[in-house]
Design a protein around this ligand. Sequence first.
Ligand code: PLP
Length: 395
Amino acid sequence: MSEVTLPVSSTAHYRPETRLVHSGTLRSQFGETSEALFLTQGFVYDSAEQCEARFKGEDPGFLYSRFSNPNVSMFERRMIELEGAEAARATATGMAAVTTAVLAPLKAGDHVVAAKAMFGSCRYVVEDLLPRYGIGSTLVDGLDLDQWRRAMRPNTRTCFLESPTNPTLDVLDIGAIAEIAHQGGARLIVDNVFATPIWQSPLELGADVVVYSATKHIDGQGRCLGGIILSSEAFIAEHIHTFMRQTGPSMSPFNAWVLLKGLETLAVRVRAQTETAGAVADALARHPKISRLIYPGRSDHPQAALVKKQMRAGSTLVGFEVKGGKAAAFRCLNALKLSRISSVDHHPSAADAGSPRRTRHQRGFYPVLGGARAPRRSDRGFASRAGDGVRGARE
Ligand SMILES: Cc1ncc(COP(=O)(O)O)c(C=O)c1O
């Protein structure tokens, strides 16, 4: 399947924290401690015979960085071992991962079922882009298993969901939806961005494919974009490898190197962010100007039992509404002292601004705090300032 079959010792039996540092490392002849950076688009060969053998897949090694590069390979390998997948392909962005995973296996006449509550760009791909190429799609209330069942058609090939959803933080039953998909002969693709690989393993729950925006927690420090598709050898070989090789939505070697460094600290950061998010949620839940708070780690989350069943902990993200609608939400944002307003911190209109369908606004939900930019260390001070914005949202 892949041109790259260089031997890498498996670290699958180690704990996730250990795998995040060591898995997939390829050392050059210089024996560097930190991974070397291979900013090359191509590779040279000892002979024409070796070049031919490499292109035929008979000689292990790299060919051309659009589809095989040491840094990208190391990043893929580390993610494979963390996620428990068989194979992976890294992409330039999270949206490149979603678009490739959803689109590449389909053809005109196929049908997709997806949950309505999802990131605006993902919804654009399912609802606007696919139908232009003759691929039908049905959007359902992801929490309602009967709607999933009723939406399945004989030509349904893919079910797609994210959980927890962006931005509404609904938690969808991955195992049950995988069963519905499989009974109908379809695959389930899960966008696991909000859960992170630390708190949720969709492949273990029955999903067939997992996608990430590595831009979020995996980098986690606002430095670069990236994405990844993880699945079985068969899915990657049959549907993803050739599509990526020929169309090129590939990850850059530099971003792969940055993301490898991000992975080393992923578990520590996600744990600390989750602790902070829980403290922020508890502080906001008691606040008189909050009309609605949603946090998957609290017992008042509508799917609290499901969170316990399919996630190892709550989330790094907290959603809440302030009383008084958009004007109050804007005053709340403008009064923030420590948390900065950014598209990642979910300005009420930011993440759907480019999407023809304003899902957040349709649902009347104005989340104003995203934990993705919360302090990387567990920070009680941050939690204690969480009320700043709300105090400023005077009506
Ligand atoms: C759930 C989800 N999926 C996919 C993406 C897209 O990722 P990227 O910005 O890396 O393209 C995002 C970005 O916010 C997201 O929140």
